[in-house]
Design a protein around this ligand. Sequence first.
Ligand code: GAR
Length: 206
Amino acid sequence: MTRTRIAVFVSGGGTNLQALLDAQAAGKLPHGQIVLVVSSQPDAYALTRAEKAGVPSVVCSKKELGGQAAFEAAILEALDRAGAEMIVLAGFMSILSKDFTDRFPERILNVHPALVPSFCGKGYYGLKVHEEALKRGVKVTGATVHFVNEIPDGGRIIAQKPVLVADGDTPQTLQRRVMEQAEWIILPQAAEMVAAQIAERKEHAD
Ligand code: GAR
């Protein structure tokens, strides 16, 4: 069976990366193979998770590389070397340019910790998303997996899962519930679905 070579982009704790690694180990990612982890932060715990799983990783820091163009060039070189065909943004906190996203049409996925189009777009990332959801007083939130284009959180939606807000939730408790009940479930499922589609297209092209 052809497997799609996947690069996972991270910036922090990497629990979504872990969900993908666990899915792969459990045979739930049969059409995908995680071949590379790209971190925008040198001290991201996600790098330790990659190492423990035996997956090669690379750090591409915009600050150290001196700007967006050099940052994206370094990432592209690493992707090329790894033969990556699909990208999963799993808590990746940098914006990618149109020039970059245009190279991978419907081949980049992102997980967002809210029900897009609520609480998404520029400035909505990580805990901030849950802070804003609690401020607005919503009773239901959730997670979204979508394709990535040049508009932040603007690409076609692949999967969503709702999660109830509880009385007394803090941004931290809500974040954890959204991860447990939604993100860690729908991200590996969506990754497998897209990996299977890419693998199928590749088989037909051969
Ligand atoms: C996750 O909740 C993810 O959905 C969110 O950051 C967290 C990363 O956690 N991503 C965004 O907000 C992107 N806009 P993780 O590093 O443990 O996977």
